[in-house]
Design a binder for this molecule. Structure first.
Ligand code: G3H
Ligand code: 13P
Ligand code: ZN
Length: 309
C-alpha cells in the first residue's frame, strides 16, 4: 500500500467512533516499533515528524525509512508534519512527499492564524495534501490561574466554526486541557469534554485532533526513575479519559512523550543491569520492543483502532 492522506481514515473514525494514533518519529527503531504494532493490530496509523525530528534524522533518511515501513506492511500509513512553524516548512514537506502537514498558527492572533493557515491550505490542496490547523492555546493550566484566564486558553467553539469555514483546513487541533510533555496536571487530570461537545456541534464534519495526549505511563516513569532518571511528579492523561475522547469525536491522538519514556526506560535498564554492554543492539532492541508494546496497548485498549485498517 502507498502512503495515504488522513482523509479516509478520519472519515471512518468519525463514522465508527474511534481515534487514530499519531506517533512522533525520530529514528528507525521508533518507526519500526510503531509500525510493527499497528500492523499486528491491523490499524491505520499516522507517523508524524516535527521540524526538530526532520532536522535530526535528515529529510531523505526519514522519508526513505517511512517508505520502507510502507513497503513492508499492508496498513494505511500517513506521513505528517507535526507543528509546522511557518509556510516554508509546510511547503518543503508537501514538496518532499508528506501526505499531511500541520500549520501551527496558535501562537498568532486569530486573523494571522487564519491568514497563514489559508496560505498553507491553498498550497497543500493544490498538491493533494491535507492540512491540520490549531486553534486555542495548549499551555498547561496552572492551579492559581483564575477561571477567565483559563477559559481564554481553551478553544472557542464559535471561533472554531469561523476558522474552519475561512481556512478550509481538513482537521483542527483544539485546546481542552491537554499540554505537551510529562507534566500535564498538578492535581486531578481533567479535560473539558463540554467544550469538545460544543466544537463537535458547530463543526460535526471536521476531524478533531488532541495534542499533548500522552498518558505519561506511570510504570515507565517508575522504571526510568528506578534506573537513575530524575522525573518526579510526572502526570499525563489517563487511558480512561483518552478512551472517552476517542468515543466523543476526537479522530487523532498525538503521542510523543510516552514513546520517549518507553525507549529511555529500557535503555536505562540495560545500562544499569549490564554495565559491560556496549553493543547498541543490546539496548535498542528492548527499547524498540517497549515502543511496540506501548503503541499496541494504545491502539487496542484505548483508541479503538484495531482492525480498522
Ligand atoms: O509536540 C511536540 C512533539 O513532542 C515533538 O517534539 O519538537 O522536540 O521533536 P520535538
Ligand atoms: P505528548 O507530549 O503528550 O506526547 O504530546 C505529543 C504531541 O502533541 C505532538 O504533537
Ligand atoms: Zn503537539
Amino acid at each position: 500500500m502507498a502512503l495515504v492522506t488522513t482523509k479516509e481514515m478520519f472519515e471512518k473514525s468519525m463514522k465508527e467512533h474511534f481515534a487514530i494514533g499519531a506517533f512522533n518519529v525520530n529514528n528507525m527503531e521508533i518507526i519500526q516499533g510503531i509500525v510493527d504494532a499497528a500492523s499486528e493490530q491491523n490499524s491505520p496509523v499516522i507517523l508524524q515528524a516535527s521540524s526538530g525530528a526532520i532536522k535530526y534524522a535528515r529529510p531523505t533518511y526519514l522519508k526513505k525509512m517511512v517508505e520502507a515501513a510502507v513497503e513492508e506492511t499492508n496498513i494505511p500509513i500517513a506521513l505528517h508534519l507535526d507543528h509546522g512553524p511557518d509556510f516554508e516548512t509546510c511547503k518543503a514537506c508537501v514538496d518532499a512527499g508528506f501526505t499531511s502537514v500541520m500549520i501551527d498558527g496558535s501562537k498568532y492572533d486569530f486573523e494571522e492564524n487564519v491568514r497563514i493557515t489559508k496560505q498553507v491550505v491553498d498550497y497543500a490542496h493544490a498538491h493533494g495534501v491535507v492540512v491540520e490547523a490549531e486553534l486555542g492555546k495548549l499551555a498547561g493550566i496552572e492551579d492559581d490561574v483564575n477561571v477567565a484566564e483559563a477559559d481564554a486558553k481553551y478553544t472557542d467553539p464559535d471561533q472554531a466554526a469561523e476558522f474552519v469555514e475561512r481556512t478550509g483546513c481538513d482537521s483542527l487541533a483544539i485546546a481542552i486541557g491537554t499540554s505537551h510533555g510529562a507534566y500535564k496536571f498538578k492535581g486531578e487530570a481533567k479535560l473539558r469534554f463540554d467544550i469538545l461537545a460544543k466544537v463537535k456541534e458547530k463543526i460535526p464534519n471536521t476531524p478533531i485532533v488532541l495534542h499533548g495526549a500522552s498518558t505519561v505511563i506511570p510504570e515507565l516513569v517508575e522504571m526510568c526513575n528506578k534506573y537513575g532518571a530524575d522525573i518526579p511528579g510526572a502526570k499525563g492523561v489517563p487511558d480512561e479519559i483518552l478512551h472517552e475522547a476517542s468515543l466523543s469525536g476526537v479522530s487523532k491522538i498525538n503521542v510523543d512523550t510516552d514513546l520517549r519514556l518507553a525507549m529511555t526506560a529500557q535503555i536505562r535498564k540495560v545500562f544499569a543491569e549490564e554495565p559491560s554492554a556496549f553493543d547498541p543492539r543490546k539496548y535498542l532492541t528492548p527499547a524498540r520492543d517497549e515502543i511496540k508494546r506501548t503503541v499496541a496497548h494504545k491502539i487496542k485498549d484505548v483508541f479503538g483502532s484495531s482492525n480498522k485498517a
